[in-house]
Each structure stands twice: as structure tokens, then as C-alpha cells.
Design a protein. Structure first.
Length: 150
């Protein structure tokens, strides 16, 4: 490579770097961060769940995280062996409102279908459905839940 070509190449590289730096400096810091941040839908069933109405219902604590500005809904289901039978039930769709992007908590009432729940251990499952401007996200959790009296 000749000396002239080398100087032209170095000059072009310097101009490209300087131009990129000028464009980067002109853009606002953090522009469109919310559009670049990944969407989140995470739910966790808490324990203990608390019996209500003599076992006709159980109040199940939840913690959840979802993308700021999104709207969240949750469904919770419980199954518990009670003697030789199974007590089971689910919640209605519960609106959790607007998401903050930080950990939030809620208590969801699960109504028994048939047999009443009792103090013991149940299997719980939760489904968090989050709607934002991009679409729908779903987070799930399944775990053993201690069912306790008030």
C-alpha cells in the first residue's frame, strides 16, 4: 500500500469514528429503553394459603412481576387430598391492574368445588397473563402450598 493510500484510509477511518461519536452524542441517552427492554411475566404462589368460610374458600398469596405499563390478570387453582376425596377449586380471572416492573403482591380467593379444603398441603398452580403493546405473555407457577387456619 502506498503512503498516499494509507493516509487516505487512516483519514477515512478517523472521519467515520468522529462521525459516529457525533451521532451518538446527539441522541438522547436511554432513548426508547422501554421498547428495547424485554417483556416480563413472572408469578410465584406464596405459602401459607389461609382457609376461609370453613374451607369453602382459600386465600392464596401471590407475588408477581410484569412489564411496566402492562395489564395483568391471574388464575389460581388448588387440589388437596382430603381423606379419600379430593378438594379442588379455582379462582375467577382476577385483574391485578397495571404493572410496575417491580415485585408486586396480591391475594387470590380460590373457591372449593364440592369438597371443602382443610388444613394440610395442596398443589397449587397459577397462571399470570400480561397484555402490553407488543402482545400477550404468560407466566406460570406450580408448587405445594401449605393450607392453614386463620
Amino acid at each position: 500500500m502506498t503512503r498516499v493510500r494509507r493516509r487516505v484510509a487512516i483519514g477515512a477511518a478517523v472521519l467515520a469514528v468522529a462521525g459516529g461519536a457525533a451521532v451518538a452524542a446527539a441522541l438522547p441517552a436511554g432513548a426508547a429503553v422501554s421498547q428495547q427492554s424485554p417483556s416480563v411475566a413472572v408469578v410465584q404462589i406464596g405459602s401459607p394459603a389461609v382457609l376461609d368460610a370453613r374451607g369453602a374458600a382459600v386465600n392464596v398469596p401471590l407475588s408477581f412481576v410484569c412489564s411496566p405499563g402492562a395489564n395483568a390478570f391471574v388464575f389460581v387453582f388448588l387440589n388437596e387430598r382430603v381423606g379419600n376425596d379430593i378438594a379442588s377449586g379455582g379462582s375467577d380471572e382476577l385483574s391485578l391492574g397495571g404493572c410496575t416492573g417491580s415485585s408486586q403482591s396480591a391475594s387470590v380467593t380460590v373457591l372449593a368445588n364440592g369438597n371443602a379444603f382443610r388444613q394440610g398441603v395442596a398443589v397449587g398452580s397459577a397462571q399470570l397473563v400480561v397484555f402490553n403493546d407488543v402482545g400477550e405473555l404468560v407466566g406460570t407457577d406450580q408448587r405445594n402450598v401449605e393450607v392453614a387456619k386463620k
